[in-house]
Design a protein around this ligand. Sequence first.
Ligand SMILES: NC(=O)C1=CN([C@@H]2O[C@H](COP(=O)(O)OP(=O)(O)OC[C@H]3O[C@@H](n4cnc5c(N)ncnc54)[C@H](OP(=O)(O)O)[C@@H]3O)[C@@H](O)[C@H]2O)C=CC1
Ligand SMILES: Cc1cn([C@H]2C[C@H](O)[C@@H](COP(=O)(O)OP(=O)(O)O[C@H]3O[C@@H](C)C(=O)[C@@H](O)[C@H]3O)O2)c(=O)[nH]c1=O
Length: 288
Amino acid sequence: MTNVLITGSNGQLGSELKALASHYAQYNFIFTDVYDLDICNHEAVADFITENQIQVIINCAAYTAVDKAETQEDIANAINHLAVKNFAQLAKVHGITLIHVSTDYVFDGTNHKPYIETDTPNPQSVYGRTKLAGEQAIQHINPANTLIIRTSWVYSSFGNNFVKTMLRLGKERDALSVVADQVGTPTYAADLAQAILTILPNINNEAVKILHYSNKGVCSWYDFAKTIFALENMVVKVTPIESSQYPTPAKRPFYSVLNNKAIIETYGLKIPYWRDSLLDCLVKIRTF
Ligand SMILES: NC(=O)C1=CN([C@@H]2O[C@H](COP(=O)(O)OP(=O)(O)OC[C@H]3O[C@@H](n4cnc5c(N)ncnc54)[C@H](OP(=O)(O)O)[C@@H]3O)[C@@H](O)[C@H]2O)C=CC1
Ligand SMILES: Cc1cn([C@H]2C[C@H](O)[C@@H](COP(=O)(O)OP(=O)(O)O[C@H]3O[C@@H](C)C(=O)[C@@H](O)[C@H]3O)O2)c(=O)[nH]c1=O
């Protein structure tokens, strides 16, 4: 059995991995979150890895509060950068396979075609900068069998996300305004979790590899909100607005669509269209 450490396992991605774990008997998953393993405690992480003979780390822990990060840079940096650097060092020393998850927010959003892995990052927010610093630390240390998977606009029936925010606001109000000039791709965390577990046995790379994974298709946050209400048969008037009409502490990229060609071709993945996955997730939320 392969011992697999999952960090941040009460978050969206970690919870989806937990939901799939029983289908993967070849792995001994060890699910942790900040209360049992704080990834900022580098010594505790090193001890945990040795004591549990960890062979694979899937790092789902992160500081993901994009606006709050603007005033909590030290904490965001400790989680998204310094802890990740520690994982890379431990992966190198112990020959551990490392899967780390990063974000479309490392890009500035000035592209007019989907971002490929070699496009130059230029984050516009503290969250994006700290996530990029984590990526760069991994690349600098360069442990073998390490993947950085960038994803975008993640939602799930678990945890907090845009879908749940819309469902809540849609029940409280008749009308909402949602930005229509930020374009990207929603990603169902269940699909990403499935992709990670499909890829895992096939990881075999000397140098660190960055790969992009999102669901298929493109939309704005406005389209996303409209689709959520349409699929839920909720009558909510949604007005499209510009980002300037919805001021936030952190700047978001206007365009952050990820090109998934490399991950599809390398690992033979089939990626669902975002609306189909959204419906799956909404059906699941309904049953809660
Ligand atoms: N959410 C999104 O839209 C996107 C996410 N990503 C990336 O995907 C990955 C997974 O994201 P997602 O599942 O949405 O994230 P979540 O915010 O849902 O989950 C992150 C988890 O990490 C935990 N955590 C925070 N600090 C620590 C710590 N010091 N030690 C251990 N655990 C900690 C959090 O606990 P607590 O809640 O108590 O803080 C939470 O349970 C992250 O790397 C994220 O940057 C990329 C693109 C989009
Ligand atoms: C709630 C709400 C948001 N918005 C806007 C604000 C913002 O521009 C956009 C998305 O809002 P959120 O703050 O929910 O999403 P945000 O936190 O920006 O989501 C990001 O999270 C991090 C972790 C990532 O890595 C990214 O890929 C991305 O998913 O929608 C509205 O226009 N109207 C609304 O009523």
